[in-house]
Design a protein around this ligand. Structure first.
Ligand code: 13P
Length: 213
């Protein structure tokens, strides 16, 4: 595992990269990384394009602020992933356009929001569940995530946006990007006959690339 100083500077670098490529606008989105005894979390109302390493919030394992600025209001949501997915080392929440579009569509399948149309979304993201709408920062979202019992590495929050966990910071960011690009394909392909990967192809990918999430 990277040391805390390197994690902080990677959070700044990757967050800025997401912002500069339009995956996040304004102060939307937040990122956390699990530490041995707590987590690092982007501060509330901060732009992912302008984080400062020494102002990133550090929380203890009970969620109390130890140092840095006030943490994201979505800290409940991030902690719920860590509580239910021991393999999760980082969590990324975005309001990226196409994943958020899918989270608003009436006919998005709540048990499988991102069907397997390309290998990388299977390898990096897996099955994505839709969770009911709650206002941003509402603790109820933590309960919805805990109710999944760790079965999904990624979810869409209805009418809000995607949340993606990964084994480490880089995996979580890459998975959030892959999810957004796949959502863009799905919206682009709406109304057309689309060939999905079949169950055997999905199973083979999950077996061969089980270490990517
Ligand atoms: P924070 O600024 O508190 O992280 O909230 C931003 C956000 O994306 C809410 O969903």
């Amino acid at each position: 595992m990277m040391d805390e100083a390197s994690l902080r500077s990677e959070m700044v670098r990757l967050a800025r990269s997401l912002f500069e490529r339009g995956f996040s606008v304004g102060t939307a989105g937040n990122i956390s990384v699990r530490l041995e005894n707590g987590l690092l979390m982007t501060p509330t109302n901060s732009s992912l394009g302008a984080l400062e390493a020494d102002r990133i919030s550090r929380l203890d394992d009970k969620g109390n602020l130890v140092s840095g600025d006030k943490p994201s209001k979505e800290v409940f949501l991030h902690r719920a992933f860590y509580q239910t997915r021991p393999q999760a080392g980082a969590v990324v929440h975005l309001h990226s356009t196409f994943a958020t579009a899918l989270s608003c569509l009436e006919d998005t399948d709540p048990n499988d929001c991102i069907p397997p149309i390309t290998p990388y979304v299977v390898m990096r993201v897996g099955k994505v569940r839709l969770l009911p709408y709650e206002p941003p920062g509402d603790e109820a979202m933590g309960d919805h995530i805990r109710n999944l019992n760790g079965d999904a590495a990624a979810v869409l929050l209805a009418n809000h946006g995607p949340v993606v966990s990964g084994k480490d910071l880089h995996s979580a960011v890459y998975a959030a990007e892959e999810l957004e690009e796949t959502a863009k394909l799905l919206v682009t392909l709406r109304g057309q006959k689309v060939r999905h990967l079949n169950n055997a192809q999905v199973d083979e990918l999950s077996r061969r690339f089980s270490d990517m999430k």
